[in-house]
Ligand binder design. Structure first.
Ligand SMILES: [Zn+2]
Length: 220
């Protein structure tokens, strides 16, 4: 366990959820902190100023999405190794809660940090907006070169951001620790007619090989 990361999470838990009778950060206070709406419609990002509780990590960033009904606040903690730990929150009118299916507990955990799931594909080290953009590009065949981990057990794809250390990451769906490193290549779009001709040529070659074999076996 990384003590610097642990300390940062303890500080964030007290800040967001309150501690010992002190209330946590309200939505209105967060908005003031982020400069919403004076700095624009969002999403807005802010790096927390340095303080003793955060000295064991590289940075803590808040990303505020005022228009997103699901995830309004993403807390990103970058540890000393440069790995990003991401937690998701929604304001329920009283306090910060974790949207269903996402990770919100303010603890340093040994599990794969910061994995977002979009339509059955996983994104590691991307914020929600980045993951959505990448997901769209992948669907449209416009993301050649994107790096991902393929799980040979369940077939899950986990795309990871540049700078993310993907070694040792387990499959977010089935937990398989042995994943294959892959790079997305451009889908080859073949002309259906060309494909048919190629099939025909392959068939002809097979027949020729068979005829030659029979000739050798049976004599002319
Ligand atoms: Zn898997």
């Amino acid at each position: 366990m990384d003590p610097g990361l642990d300390q940062a999470f303890r500080y964030l838990e007290a800040l967001l959820l309150g501690r010992e009778g002190r209330p946590g950060l309200s939505l209105a206070q967060l908005e003031r902190l982020m400069g919403y709406p004076s700095k624009g419609e969002g999403p807005l990002s802010l790096t927390l100023p340095p303080r003793p509780e955060l000295k064991g990590v590289n940075a803590v960033r808040f990303h505020y999405y005022p228009k997103d009904p699901q995830v309004q606040l993403i807390v990103e903690v970058e540890d000393r190794e440069g790995e990003r730990h991401i937690r998701h929150f929604r304001w329920d009118g009283r306090t910060w809660v974790t949207p269903e299916g996402l990770k919100g507990e303010l603890r340093a955990t040994a599990e794969t940090p910061g994995v977002l799931e979009l339509e059955g594909t996983y994104y590691l080290g991307f914020n929600r907006e980045e993951a959505q953009v990448l997901s769209r590009a992948i669907r449209q065949g416009e993301a050649p070169g994107a790096k991902y981990l393929l799980c040979p057990q369940c077939g899950a794809h986990t795309y990871y951001a540049p700078g993310v250390r993907a070694e040792g990451v387990a499959c977010p769906r089935c937990g398989n620790p042995t994943l294959l490193f892959k790079t997305l290549s451009l889908p080859e779009r073949k002309d259906p007619l060309e494909e048919l001709l190629e099939e025909q040529r392959a068939l002809r070659r097979a027949i020729e090989a068979l005829a030659a074999y029979l000739k050798r076996k049976l004599g002319p």
